[in-house]
Design a protein around this ligand. Structure first.
Ligand SMILES: [Zn+2]
Ligand SMILES: [Zn+2]
Length: 60
């Protein structure tokens, strides 16, 4: 079982995401720490700050 720690794929986000690769892990997806980040990234909304609520993003 493989796992790596990646930075959240949302540009404004500084969280780390542990991505576990399944048996179906041949197609690596961008890792997001929350659905919030996924939505922001998919909507291509560019914000200076991330509002995911995790500690790395909570402090200025
Ligand atoms: Zn964040
Ligand atoms: Zn994030």
């Amino acid at each position: 079982m493989a796992s790596e720690t990646l930075e959240c794929a949302h540009n404004a986000c500084r969280c780390m995401v542990s991505s576990s690769l399944d048996d179906a892990g041949s197609d690596p997806l961008p890792a997001y720490c929350t659905d919030y980040c996924r939505n922001e990234a998919e909507n291509r909304e560019e914000h200076d700050v991330c509002d995911c609520g995790h500690p790395p993003c909570d402090s200025p």
